[in-house]
Structures are given as C-alpha cells and as structure tokens.
Design a protein around this ligand. Sequence first.
Ligand code: ADP
Ligand code: MG
Length: 242
Amino acid sequence: MAELLHVEGVSVSVDNVAIVRDASIEVSRGEIAVLMGPNGSGKSTLLKAIAGLPGYRIVSGRIIYYGNDITHLEPWNRARMGIALAFQNPPKIYLKVGNIIDRLSKTYGSTDLVNDVVKELGLSQLINRDLYSGFSGGEIKRVELALTILMKPKLALLDEPDSGVDVDSIKRIAMYINRLAENNVGVLIVTHTGYILRYIENLGRGYVMIDGRIVYSAPSYEVVKKIMVSGYGEFNKMGGMS
Ligand SMILES: Nc1ncnc2c1ncn2[C@@H]1O[C@H](COP(=O)(O)OP(=O)(O)O)[C@@H](O)[C@H]1O
Ligand SMILES: [Mg+2]
C-alpha cells in the first residue's frame, strides 16, 4: 500500500499549552488505521492539527501528505488536497441538511454520490431539518460522515464515529468506512471504546495515545485486544506525565 500520510514527531500546542508530544503516525492509501486513547489524551487535537485547524499550532515535527510537507499549509488547501475531518462534536451551522449536501456536492463535484450517501446512511428523513439541531447521536454521526464523503477525500480523519451511536447506525457507518477503504481512501479512525472496529473488515495499524504521546503501536486488532483485556491501565504506565 502506498504511503499517504506520515506524521513525523509532531508536537501540538493550543493556547501555548503543549497537548500532543512527538507523535508519529502513518496511514497508507486504502488503509484503515486506528488511534485509541483515554479521554483527554490529545486524539482530537492531533486530528485537528493534521487538518490544519487554526489554533492548533504545530511546534515541532512535520506532516507529510502525498510526499509534500503540509505542516504549515492553510486548512482550505489541505481540504482541497483531499484531507477531510469528521468532527467528534461538529459545530452547529444554521443550514438545512439538504442545503449543505447540495453545496458540498457542487463544490467537490460529488453530485453523483448524493443519492447513494442519503440511502446508505439513512438520511432521507433528515434532509429538511436544521443541521444537527435536535439530532440523536447516531443521526449526527451519520450526517457528519455523509458530509465527509461528499468532500471526496483521499484521507478521511474520523473523530469518534461511534460515540453515542446506536448499533444500527454503527453498522451503517462502519459499512461506509469499509467502502471508503475499498476505494483506496486512507482512513484514520479515532475511537475511545473501539466498538466500531468489530464491523471494520480490514484493520490497519493501530496507535495508543496517552497524555499526548503515542505510547504503543501495533496492528489494530492487537491494540484492541490489549485494551479489551486490561483497558488503558497498562498503557498509562508506559505514558505518564514525566
Ligand atoms: N482549546 C483548548 N485550550 C486548552 N486546552 C485544550 C483545548 N482543546 C483541548 N485542550 C486540552 O487538551 C487535552 C486533550 O484534548 P483532546 O485532544 O480533546 O483529547 P481527546 O480527543 O483524546 O479526548 C485535554 O486536556 C483538553 O482539555
Ligand atoms: Mg476527542
């Protein structure tokens, strides 16, 4: 598999506070890589830094994407190059779901995908609703994934696509993630529980983040197995504040 993303020893600060420290992660085309860790360990911060969100300052290290150094590239340029982030807690935008689907699909030339996304992710009842307003956990995550897919990403960063989501939604979401990978999209899933991974067909590399550092990396299924057996306790000993 050709390498797509290489995060090389990246440290990220928010408001001058060091959050992520010396993190290295790789994702290849068509790979579903997984980043796990306890709440507050810095997973979302790392994803936002990869997407280039303002305020997430990369103070050292490099982000290489398709062989280009994008460490300091503007977020919209990263989006144009195919990096899409599905938020853990998406910001509210005062638009109808249907309107934002229209805008995105025109901007990214993905109008051909709209029907499929709406059907497979079960969005037809949500089209005329205000985006995320009064949505259930599963509805938020299904719409968030749909909007990400309509950006035709080459790298999809999915922040806790399974948190607060009912089983039926998890299955639909996982099925679509599997399809992204089949279409050669590189996927990086952040998950705290690992629940969604049982529905993912081809798991790639796995990483565990504790206190801003990647303390363990192995094939994802091994990472999940370790966490299922003993939680994050064992990894805590490897990380720590010092
Ligand atoms: N804007 C911010 N200002 C200050 N601290 C922040 C900010 N965003 C996140 N943090 C802190 O960074 C740490 C990691 O947060 P986050 O990346 O959201 O962790 P995770 O996604 O692993 O739960 C937390 O201690 C959080 O409070
Ligand atoms: Mg998070």
